[in-house]
Structures are given as structure tokens and as C-alpha cells.
Design a protein around this ligand. Structure first.
Ligand SMILES: [Zn+2]
Length: 111
């Protein structure tokens, strides 16, 4: 799978092509399946042990979408999960365990 190309496809299909261009790179990370750097416009994906990389990519794209829409915080909170589901993604068990009940921003850096 060419995840850079998939980014473009999902951007067109689900975001009306409105997301700015991000560089999508793969990298082994200890704790996360994905990271979204909204200033540098880079999405990192860890392909190891992840059987739903597409959902991870979409998840990271929601951070990008929140940045695009001008949200001050692009972290995991109600509006984040709402947008994810709206765009055809789903909330994984890991999300529920790690992110949903906490306000800790774990998988992105917005400044
Ligand atoms: Zn995230």
C-alpha cells in the first residue's frame, strides 16, 4: 500500500480535497500507531503490529482537519471522535483505553 497515495485519495473522497498536502512516512514508534505534526505537515505511520493502518491514517487526518478548521487544540476530545466517525473511521479499543477518558494529547504535536 502506498500510504501517501492513500492520503490523497482519502483527502479527495472524505474531505473534499481540502486538507493541505501532508507528507506520509512510515516509521517504527514505541507507543503509537500514528503521529500527526500539523505545523510540519507530516504524518507518521507505524505499520508493525497494526492491522488497521487505514483507520490510523484517517485518525491522523482528523487532527489535520481540526487544524485546518482552526481549532486551537486538535487533540482527542468529543469533537475529534465525532469527526472521525463522520468521516468513516472508527474508535478502536486502544483509543478507548488510552485516549477517550483522558485529555492527554498523546499522538500529535500542534505547535
Ligand atoms: Zn490522535
Amino acid at each position: 500500500m502506498n500510504w501517501q497515495k492513500r492520503f490523497d485519495e482519502l483527502n479527495n473522497e472524505r474531505f473534499g480535497g481540502k486538507l493541505p498536502q501532508y507528507t506520509v512516512e512510515t516509521k517504527n514508534m514505541n507507543r503509537f500507531f500514528g503521529m500527526c505534526y500539523t505545523i510540519e505537515k507530516i504524518i507518521f505511520l507505524d505499520l508493525s503490529k497494526n492491522n488497521d493502518v487505514e483507520n490510523t491514517l484517517l485518525h491522523e487526518m482528523i487532527h489535520a482537519e481540526m487544524k485546518r478548521k482552526g481549532y486551537h487544540r486538535v487533540s482527542h476530545r468529543k469533537i475529534f471522535w465525532k469527526l472521525l466517525v463522520e468521516k468513516g473511521g472508527h474508535i478502536t479499543d486502544i483509543d478507548k483505553r488510552v485516549f477517550k477518558k483522558s485529555s492527554v494529547v498523546a499522538c500529535e504535536r500542534s505547535k
